[in-house]
Design a protein around this ligand. Structure first.
Ligand SMILES: *Cc1c(COP(=O)(O)O)cnc(C)c1O
Length: 239
């Protein structure tokens, strides 16, 4: 099996090529290495190979890993999993960006908890994206497309937060092409809501479809298994 460093390099190369093929500057796409259910040692290996931004899905796991790796000074954590209000205070201690805002109430809670952090600096805001249920799936979290503007106004009303974009997870499909219309729909929604001036980031694309996402305009791709390998079995209950 190849090492994390080798896999990471391969993903970086594919990100670069996908951006160039789309006529985009490769620097306009940031790679977030999704380390959920992988040991902190693998995060460290990726960090040593130059990776700085990492994503986690569960508040507890994020906290544990962030504490274990506190010595890695340039490491940046993104919260990419569904977030309940009662976990907000754990998440703000470690994450600098939350991809999964789905209500004005969660925004208000995150703002309140961010402000309460020791050493709070009013000049430093918590970056947030709104998760959009782009295919209107019954079981999926995220905001319906028609409601995104209202939630965006709610986030923008919280002084401690900085709304930076939209995020989506398209319906699971074995074929990456199946994701394309959903990525394009998120990009269109962003255009309708004010474009990159209001929402500079599009967080979309995972191991199976990040190249398609880049073609559709992704600026943040969240890649886990292509870097870290297959995950251990899913936890029974998200922490
Ligand atoms: C797990 C996860 C990823 C990464 O998935 P891979 O298929 O392993 O790349 C990306 N985004 C979210 C929201 C996830 O939960």
């Amino acid at each position: 099996m190849s090492s994390v460093a080798e896999r990471l390099e391969r993903v970086r190369e594919r990100v670069r090529r996908a951006a160039e093929t789309a006529g985009r500057d490769p620097a306009s796409v940031r790679l977030i290495a999704v380390s959920k259910m992988h040991d902190a040692a693998l995060v460290r290996a990726a960090y040593e190979a130059g990776q700085r931004e990492f994503g986690e899905n569960y508040a507890q796991e994020l906290g544990d890993k962030a504490e274990a790796l506190a010595g890695l000074g340039e490491l940046r954590w993104h919260m990419i999993g569904h977030l309940q209000k009662n976990k907000a205070r754990h998440v703000v201690r470690h994450a600098e960006c939350v991809h999964t805002l789905d209500s004005g109430e969660l925004a208000a809670e995150l703002g309140k908890r961010w402000r309460a952090l020791p050493g709070f600096d009013p000049a430093r805001r918590l970056d947030c994206l709104i998760e959009v249920n782009i295919a209107a799936e019954a079981q999926k979290s995220g905001v319906q497309s028609a409601d995104v503007d209202g939630v965006a106004r709610g986030v923008e009303a919280v002084a401690e937060l900085r709304l930076i974009g939209l995020m989506c997870i398209p319906p699971f499909a074995a074929d990456a092409e199946a994701s394309r219309p959903h990525f394009q729909a998120l990009a269109r929604l962003r255009t309708e809501l004010g474009g990159p001036a209001r929402l500079p980031e599009l967080s979309m694309g995972m191991s199976g479809d990040y190249e398609v996402a880049i073609a559709a305009g992704a600026t943040l791709v969240r890649v886990g298994s292509a870097i870290f390998g297959e995950r251990r079995a899913a936890k029974s209950a998200p922490a």
